[in-house]
Design a protein around this ligand. Structure first.
Ligand code: DQA
Length: 146
């Protein structure tokens, strides 16, 4: 048993209503329910938060140090320009996985670059809610390695 913190960034609270052709019909609550069920199967203790605020996300990353064995983050639009979130990720020892519902590499040019991914262990994008499930599976490997 180990602990994982999952951070959903801005506008992900709008899932289900927001551009369903890109992000799907599932609400954030129903995605979180699926993630929690999978965490139970993998014997992972998971805390999940969502914030639209860059500072709340940074505070959560800083406070995760020594409390969690892995971080999973979907930074939303902050992915593409928040050096502050990138610095927070690289300031903690906890390994981090970046997740996206959509395949950001096949979208507008401004979405194809992540300033955060280079300081993460890896990035999973394009599988809808299943990107989070894949990230949880990947934490098993990460925690075994560390
Ligand atoms: C997203 C991709 C981002 O470009 C976008 O700003 C989001 C969602 C995704 O999960 O596909 O808010 O992070």
């Amino acid at each position: 048993m180990y602990r994982v913190l999952l951070i959903h960034g801005p506008n992900l609270n709008m899932l289900g209503m927001r551009e369903p052709d890109i992000y799907g019909n599932l609400t954030l609550d129903s995605i979180n329910e699926r993630i929690r069920m999978h965490a139970i199967e993998l014997d992972i203790e998971i805390d999940i938060m969502q914030s639209n605020s860059e500072s709340a996300i940074i505070d959560a990353i800083q406070q995760s140090n020594n409390k969690y064995q892995a971080l999973i983050i979907n930074p939303g639009a902050y992915t593409h320009y928040s050096i502050a979130i990138r610095d927070a990720v690289s300031s903690v020892k906890t390994p981090c996985i970046e997740v996206h519902l959509s395949n950001i590499h096949s979208r507008e040019e401004f979405r194809q670059k992540s300033v955060i991914a280079p300081v993460c262990q890896g990035q999973i994008a394009g599988f809808g809610f299943y990107s989070y499930i894949l990230a949880l599976n990947a934490t098993k490997h990460l925690v075994k390695e560390s």
